[in-house]
Design a binder for this molecule. Structure first.
Ligand SMILES: [Zn+2]
Length: 133
């Protein structure tokens, strides 16, 4: 058990999403009406407003779109400082935010990253990426 803050799901699809993340299956949403992929899951497709969509597992690989380094995080994350946080463009298209487990000097826009799903559990659903060579 950790003292990490957990997301509070308020809808069925949010509960399903966070349960999948806790099980190590991070996913995006694929719209059946227009084919677009999106993240995070919403009741309606952000492109065509259809409610006909399904979860789709991701490969976990992507490219750093932007990043920052948090030298003084909140008390809960003090042990992780300096904490590298990035927006990653997944190979499937949508962008999501996560932590990158690396030296802050090593990260840059355009670097390839891979999601580490081995740390995901019902007690810790932080998305942590690792730099790829
Ligand atoms: Zn759509």
């Amino acid at each position: 058990m950790t003292n990490r803050p957990m997301p509070s799901a308020t809808t069925d699809h949010e509960r399903q999403y966070w349960q999948r993340v806790a099980d190590g299956d991070v996913c995006i949403v694929r719209c059946h009406a227009c084919g677009s992929a999106s993240h995070p899951p919403r009741r309606y497709c952000p492109v065509c407003y259809s409610d006909d969509w399904t979860f789709e597992s991701i490969t976990g690989t992507g490219t750093v779109y932007g990043h920052t380094c948090i030298h003084r995080p909140t008390r809960t994350f003090e042990a992780d400082a300096p904490l590298v946080s990035a927006i990653v463009t997944l190979d499937e298209g949508p962008r999501l935010m996560g932590q990158v487990d690396c030296d802050p000097a090593a990260i840059e826009v355009g670097r390839r990253v891979c999601l580490d799903t081995s740390t995901l559990s019902s007690d810790d659903v932080r998305l942590v990426f690792e730099l790829q060579e």
